[in-house]
Design a binder for this molecule. Structure first.
Ligand code: FES
Length: 358
């Protein structure tokens, strides 16, 4: 920790305190740390998903105190929400002590994140640019199906977020799996894909996120794009023998060679306790190819899903796909508060824009 000398006396750098009024919890924040970063460092499972200011999951209501925003909250919050004091935890740096409230219960999202030592147990190709990464942990991890982990290796600066892709029957596991898509120019996936990394050490911090299956009555509508299929598959595996609501899963990929896990999902569907419909949709498949299934944008097929008004939706994939699906469902009469989304960056956006991601 830094300290400064003034006139022979040590001055301790100022740390601000954030009091979460709704949960009677407080934590301290050092300079230049966001509310979200400091909460996670304090072991508080502050809700979040994207960490880049687009999903809105980390929203809090500022009751007193001042903050500086890294990026405007307007990207993820409405004008009304901002006028009522709502801000984003991942974009807010406190200027002094804060009192805030959070919607929902922190305990809803499972145990607080902790650090695990890990080694790569296997790397299995799933498509031409997606692998199944299996880790071996120093102790079992417990998570809620739909949540994600942050992985970090010594060779690459910064952590990368990946959703848990498989549900362990015992409820915890020493060997979690993730689907990792190779990001062009991405530092972490460049490292992972460049040679055999089995045995290489990693650290894993988990679990994170609020994406999970909610209780409800009507149909479950799922829309997954690319490696965004991971948390949806994990949820289906978790609930296959207990959930009795019908499911429609629309799965978007670019071409036939980008599809993966179709057989595994179909097998889950055969054991589902109610109607289960899986519809893979290819957006860029060659017109002359043998593919006889659905073509076009996956969101176009939402028009064919029955009982939308009484359904819940779970959307996971690139932000444009999630936004389009959300708009299409709302247009068909689905209530906004029954739509749950995980905008799945897989850092390709950041990599392409800044050369720093993936
Ligand atoms: S907007 Fe902050 S975690 Fe997504």
């Amino acid at each position: 920790m830094l300290s400064f000398l003034f006139g022979g006396r040590k001055a301790v750098p100022r740390r601000n305190t954030v009091f979460i009024e709704s949960h009677a919890l407080s934590f301290s924040v050092s300079r230049a740390r966001t509310v979200l970063e400091a909460a996670l460092e304090a072991g508080i499972a502050f809700p979040h998903d994207c960490k880049v200011g687009t999903c809105g999951t980390c929203r809090f209501q500022l009751k007193s105190g001042d903050i500086r925003e890294l990026n405007s909250s307007a990207v993820a919050l409405s004008a009304d929400e901002i006028a009522n004091g709502w801000r984003l935890g991942c974009q807010s740096i406190p200027h002094g002590d804060l009192t805030i409230t959070l919607p929902g219960l922190i305990s809803e999202v499972g145990p607080p994140p902790t650090l695990f030592e890990a080694a790569i147990a296997s790397v299995v190709p799933m498509t031409h640019d997606i692998v199944e990464l299996r880790l071996r942990l120093n102790r079992p991890v417990t998570f809620v199906a739909g949540q994600f982990a942050e992985l970090e290796c010594d060779a690459v600066q910064g952590a990368r977020s990946y959703s848990f892709a498989g549900w362990p029957e015992e409820g915890s596991t020493l060997e979690p799996i993730f689907y990792v898509r190779k990001v062009p120019g991405g530092a972490f996936t460049g490292w992972l894909f460049s040679q055999d990394r089995v045995g290489a050490p990693l650290t894993m911090r988990a679990p994170f996120g609020t994406f999970r299956l909610r209780k409800g009555q009507g149909r479950i509508v799922m829309v997954g794009g690319g490696s965004g299929l991971a948390p949806l598959k994990c949820m289906l595996e978790r609930w296959v023998s207990e959930e009795t609501r019908p499911v429609t899963l629309l799965y978007g990929a670019r071409t036939l060679k980008d599809l993966f896990c179709v057989e595994e999902i179909a097998a889950i569907g055969r054991n589902w306790q109610a109607e289960f419909k899986l519809l893979p949709v290819l957006s860029m498949e060659d017109p002359g190819s043998p593919w006889t299934g659905a073509r076009g944008m996956v969101t176009e097929y939402l028009d064919q899903v029955p009982d939308v008004k009484s359904a819940q939706a779970y959307l996971c994939g690139p932000p444009p796909m999630v936004d389009a699906a959300e708009a299409a469902l709302i247009k068909r009469g689905m209530a906004r508060d029954t739509i749950f989304a995980d905008r799945f960056f897989d850092r390709s956006h950041l990599a392409e824009e800044a050369g720093t991601g993936g």
